[in-house]
Design a protein around this ligand. Sequence first.
Ligand code: 5AD
Ligand code: SF4
Length: 473
Amino acid sequence: MNLPDLKEARKRTKKEVVEKQVDYSIAPSFLGKKYFLKTYGCQMNMHDSEEIRKYLELLGCKEVTTLEESDIVVLNTCAIRENAHDKVFGYLGRCKHLKREKPELLIALGGCMSQEEGVVSEILEKHPYVDVVFGTHNIHELPLLLVDAQNKKQTIQVYSIEGDVYENVKYSRDSKISAWVNIMYGCDKFCTYCIVPYTRGKQRSRRLEKIVAEVEELKKNGYMEVTLLGQNVNAYGKDLEYGYDFKDLLESVAKTQIPRIRFVTSHPWDFTDEMIEVIAKYDNVMPYIHLPLQSGSDAILKKMGRRYTKEEYIALFKKIKERIPECSITTDIIVGFPNETEEDFLETLDVVSTCGFDSAFTFIYSPREGTPASLIEDSISKEVKEARLQRLNALVNQCSLEKNKALEGKIVPVLVLGENEKDKNKIYGYTDTMKLININGSKDLIGRIVPVKVNEAKSFSLDGDALKESEMV
Ligand code: 5AD
Ligand code: SF4
């Protein structure tokens, strides 16, 4: 048994990036067993689930779409806010119930929650029916742990110190059109509210040539789009000693000529002018940047450890817009950081009005055990925080609607991803600026970039008609 340890997870030791090949030969036969995989949280987790799925397939298992049908259930969890925890513990209740009827059911819990001391002690004390707990650093051990769990009782294997950078990882990808590509793991920023540097470990960048090779391979297999993933992509390469950084990576990936390249998430502090130039220069680097603001108040930004001021954020925002006027910029904002005053909050609203984001994810601050901010005594009530969130959302939604309305009547390039779930007569995709659009058009267009005339704009999506390719502007 290996339990998580937050103090260990905090340590940052200087070490070489060692690449380790993943050994798949450990997979014994779980032939024909049915598994249900449930993913919570961010794109990083969704991509990890593509790796988990691959291992389960290598064990000979088949995916099912409901918990009730399954012999193995894997929960890939998120720890970013308390409500993510609550959802998982709620779902474990359903798993427990099913296990009463089906005692041979195997229940595995992985992802960020597994990296937390408090969660694992709760599992040990209150959830003995959970068979396997695995962490973010040993996804590749899942087949072994499942085999162990069949024979023994609970198997808890979580490492707090991140391992090597794994290469040659295989994925069973969700899409045949758009793929996620990890460019780095972990984060060294330690924003004071954030659990990620503990659950995901030290920043470890993959080697540039390995990333480019993965993109080349995806392109060869017909992929139209890659999204480069990292907690702070602009810091890419800083942990390596090869002298290259994110602008070099982005340029190398652009030169593969894969039709569309996106990247998330950006951190204002590491965003350089050269990076803006590369985004502007290459047509296949999409004009879309997710640039978390978190707060508009200098005092709160300082307490958050964000390393920029309101003025610096706005200056960067304007610089991007001047160089790439069509660029859409989205953001993340936290309200109710401990002792946030009404004046602090008004500063946040001011940045939102000044910038006019294309969209924003907004959150109420949630204290995370082990983070510095969780130790601050907070004088602001839950009601005040909720009211601020509502006020912020009203402004954010108004901005999104205005941005989207500006597209009405325009022709935009859309990568068509599939059939619309609700209306089978329609297809859907994303514009170059990352706006979801539902389209009247033929299913033959799936997997292609097509011009679409925007008919109607809403706050969270657009509606449009597919045009002939010759009508692309
Ligand atoms: N409470 C609320 N929101 C948080 N985020 C990260 N940590 C917390 C927290 N403790 C938000 C940030 C981040 C996004 C992914 O989640 O806005 O950018
Ligand atoms: Fe968390 Fe992002 Fe800050 Fe890293 S940069 S600590 S992932 S909020």
